[in-house]
Design a protein around this ligand. Sequence first.
Ligand code: AMP
Length: 450
Amino acid sequence: MSSVLKAVRGTRDLLPPETALWNHVETVARSVFARYGFGEIRTPVIEPTELFSRGVGEETDIVSKEMYTWEDRARAASEKAQSLTLRPENTAGVVRAYIEHKLGETGRLQKLCYIGPQFRRERPQKGRYRQFFQIGAEVIGPPSSGSESPLRDAEVLEMLATLLDELGIARASAENNYKGWKLALNSVGSSTDRPRYVAALREALAPVKDKLCPDNQRRAETNPLRVLDSKDENDQAIIDSLPKIVDYLDAESKQHFADVLAALDACGVPYTVNPRLVRGLDYYTRTAFEFTMETGLGTQNALLGGGRYDGLSETIGGPKAPGIGFAIGEDRLILTLQALAEEKQSAEADNHLHAHKLDAYIAPLGTEQNAAALALASTLRRAGLSVEVGDGTFKMKKAIPLADTLARHLIILGEDEAKAGEATVKTLATGEQVRLSSSELPKRLSSAKP
Ligand code: AMP
């Protein structure tokens, strides 16, 4: 016997009824994004490898260890094989599209959102997959469009608070034992602040480097910023004593960050400033942020992350186009909603977790009624009702329990009924039964919708 094939490690199938919850989340996200003036962008899942090595950064974990990259076959002898990569994130792709379609030439601020799969070869665990989904958005434009304004940072963060509110995910408070969402943010400085800070970090790390774990020793050399968000227990005391980036921000960056915080205060969005938050992608400048959530996520508690990337467009060969964006881990959002539903904290999620019953199940009595049953199903479906049709070979003993699990009404179509242009409708919850003309059926079933 041949072996059973399974989904690739770190990827998974999403099945109904869980997919109803995914659709619900996406519908709410689209509705919120539309109210903030975002339009959807769809970019390919395959991009040139160079987009990520230049955009995200050669020394990042994503680019150095986690990408699915291959040499595409050259089609002709004259053609060079191109290195391609399954996108590990979507900001670089959106900025590539912004440059390629000259969106900056409109002079207007671009607000673009997306939902789609991303691919990283990470060690799979709960909340961490090799194919995962991100719901994200980017605000980008030439400086004259106001894309650098701290108002944009605050608007994006306030939009995220609104989205989480509308999904029924509460902010951390005494009421939920501080288990709701928490926003942490930091300024990682401008492209001129950062090199000064990194130099100071290197200097501070040099004398203590030998005491760090091997991973941090390597990071101290290749990408000292990464040492800051290390979770290694033994290294925490040293990391806490390292210089803080706030002390290296120039006056403009300091003011920018202060303005973001003031706008968040004005909108009532709660936050904490975490001076160690740097995030794993090189393109971030100034504001960087993360929303964490305890419920449902275990150790992978980062629900979403984002930040400003004022130099990314130029890094990949485009015009000056400051921007800010975020990506929500949709898989993690779903895990959170499922956990909240289990704890009965979100009736919304609970509602979408359970399969919805169909309006009716049609049971033809005998295969002679099959065609009439399918025609009736067609009429009802076109009238907006959800219907399943049984097969005339099914005995009532089989049809009734099946109808009961699938639908709220059982429609029996026997020879008598068919001749009279009628059908018997049984309301399964109450057992009540009536005989109706086929033309009355759509109205009757529609009025019985929950
Ligand atoms: P990043 O693109 O690394 O800034 O990540 C943004 C968000 O995507 C994170 O906060 C996670 O919620 C989610 N995410 C990143 N990597 C994974 C993964 N391997 N599996 C599931 N979600 C992920």
